[in-house]
Design a protein around this ligand. Structure first.
Ligand SMILES: [Zn+2]
Length: 271
């Protein structure tokens, strides 16, 4: 019994390692049959968008009980001293302190240690970003090996990408859709009906025609309210996995965010 479990665990460990090492290879993908039911493999399996791979997690599935047997056995190891790494993602080895290569299967939320929600804590995101950038900054690795210098550079770039993606609600929302298998380019306009576009045109004109800072400010306040309302609705849609709804609401959010920028410009004109 234990032997067969060990075989299962080793196979999984090998898969985790293989996928980690080869994820940077173009065209690499793992069979979708490895994923739990209901999961769809995003069509964007490139290095630009690491996606968490729950099918290859560190825990055994219920059919491979006892669960505790495998837990802790399938950790990734440090590339330098081979000691198991304590967590995912691990930026540094606790034993030898070497910086580790980026892990391809972790999501930006995991990298930034934020809750996987649309309404994430922006202050927490900011704190984590500064903390990671301080630790990973390539300047800290000038005296280290070339390998460590390269790892710190790629980790630092990945942290930047994760931070900027999660910082703005629009890119965060699109990324969350992408994690669920829906790929949309940020410039794509869809889901906006005629009535909505007419309303937007009117608001745009009102900004153009605003004669006083108060008038412009009023439109700014209204827009803020609409953005807050949209944030709530997008959050709800993503929680319910209503992806088409979330996508349409994100398109609306983009228009209102543009108006918000336009109002700011208008207010600068009055100064
Ligand atoms: Zn180590």
């Amino acid at each position: 019994m234990l032997n067969s479990l060990r075989v299962v665990c080793s196979a999984r460990a090998a898969l985790v390692r293989t996928s980690r090492l080869s994820a940077a290879l173009p065209g690499h993908s793992l069979s979708s049959s490895l994923l739990p039911r209901g999961d769809t493999w995003p069509c964007s399996m490139d290095t630009r968008a690491p996606v968490k791979d729950r099918g290859l997690s560190y825990h055994t599935s219920p059919s491979h009980s006892p669960r505790s047997f495998c837990t802790g056995q399938v950790h990734l190891s440090c590339w330098r001293c081979q000691q198991p790494l304590d967590k995912t993602p691990a930026f540094f080895c606790l034993s030898c302190e070497a910086v580790q290569p980026p892990e391809q299967e972790v999501s930006y939320f995991e990298i930034m240690a934020c809750d996987h929600t649309f309404t994430l804590d922006a202050h927490k995101l900011q704190r984590r970003y500064l903390q990671l950038q301080r630790a990973l900054h390539p300047d800290n690795f000038g005296q280290k090996s070339v390998t460590e210098q390269e790892f710190s550079e790629s980790q630092s770039a990945l942290v930047n990408k994760a931070y900027t993606t999660l910082l703005k609600p629009l890119s965060r929302g699109l990324y969350m859709l992408e994690l669920q298998g829906m790929r949309i380019e940020e410039g794509t306009d869809s889901g906006a009906d005629t009535e909505f576009l007419l309303e937007l045109m009117e608001i745009n004109e009102a900004v153009d025609e605003a004669r006083t800072p108060e008038e412009a400010n009023q439109i700014g306040q209204d827009t803020k309210g609409k953005l807050a309302d949209l944030t709530e609705r997008i959050d709800a849609a993503l929680r319910e996995a209503e992806l088409q709804t979330a996508r349409a609401l994100l398109a609306q959010m983009k228009y209102h965010a543009n108006i918000e920028e336009k109002v700011k410009e208008k207010l600068r004109e009055f100064m």
